[in-house]
Ligand binder design. Structure first.
Ligand code: ATP
Length: 269
């Protein structure tokens, strides 16, 4: 049996409200993905073409995957996803077929969003890698063929994500392919506060927990770091007293000493 069966269509459940900050990015995605999927006839009527492909780029852990899922949910679209490196590792000898299969499934399930995470794995500077005997090139060219074959309004949008936009094969960025680039920035203080609110939604917080103060003190922490920090604070509280009913500021203080920011000042600017 082929491993290709593992390509599954998902009905995503992430909502815009599950993502802290990134208001500008959410608005961009609404216009570029949600509107065309929900109101294709409006685009026809006005005579403009929506993008076929969108590239989300920015540091790891800043919510790119969440955004792709949320825009699918909010567009009432299905979600088909694959990670760049998996295309080679999971489907050895069938990498191009995997690409075809993703597009086939997405068309079948339209309206749908195809999400290709870590797309940089698919474009390690053509010619530079001598060990892969042209597999990468064939996969890229299969992807280009599929994207060129998509009709603008057939209800399939491709979103890709990367932390390394600088190494993406330029052929992928030409008009009609990933021609909309959206930067997903690390969270500023205001966004971090929103992210803390998202991740403490189900956590009983003691009166002394000051999320605004935590947001101030977490420069360099990504959304993913904040999620880990909150979980750690909860665990510290439980370790102290398994029957505790609240998580206190001191638990967050301790978690802050343990969980470090993954972004360095040069990335944050
Ligand atoms: P990578 O580049 O490593 O794939 P990514 O940018 O795709 O990272 P996600 O996978 O979307 O990041 O985020 C990882 C986890 O971090 C999410 O599941 C979520 O819990 C948390 N997270 C990241 N950003 C946010 C955010 N803006 N709001 C809420 N949670 C966030």
């Amino acid at each position: 049996p082929s491993a290709l069966r593992e390509i599954e269509v998902e009905v995503p459940t992430v909502r815009w409200s599950d993502i802290g900050g990134l208001d500008y990015v959410k608005q961009q995605l609404r216009e570029a993905v949600e509107w065309p999927l929900k109101y294709p006839e409006s685009f026809e009527r006005i005579g403009i073409d929506p993008p076929k492909g969108i590239l989300l780029y920015g540091p790891p852990g800043t919510g790119k995957t969440l955004l792709a899922k949320a825009v699918a949910t909010e567009s009432e679209a299905n979600f088909v996803s694959i990670k760049g490196p998996e295309i080679f590792s999971k489907w050895v000898g069938e990498s191009e077929r995997a690409i075809r299969e993703i597009f086939r499934k997405a068309r079948q399930a339209a309206p749908s969003v195809i999400f290709i995470d870590e797309i940089d794995a698919l474009a390690p500077m053509r010619g530079l890698v001598s060990t892969d005997s042209g597999v990468t090139e064939r996969v890229v060219s299969q992807l280009l063929t599929e994207m060129d074959g998509l009709e603008r309004l057939e209800g399939v949008v491709v979103i890709a994500a990367t932390n390394r936009p600088d190494i993406i094969d330029p052929a992928l960025l030409r008009p009609g392919r990933f021609d909309r680039l959206i930067y997903v920035p690390p969270p500023d203080e205001k966004a971090r506060l929103e992210i803390f609110k998202v991740h403490t939604k189900r956590m009983p917080l003691a009166e002394d927990v000051d999320l605004a103060e935590l947001a101030k003190r977490t420069e360099g922490y990504t959304g993913a770091d904040i999620e880990v920090l909150v979980r750690e604070a909860g665990l510290i509280a439980l370790r102290e007293d398994i029957s505790t009913e609240k998580v206190h500021m001191r638990h967050f203080e301790e978690a802050l000493r343990k969980i470090h920011p993954s972004l360095t000042p040069d990335i944050i600017k």
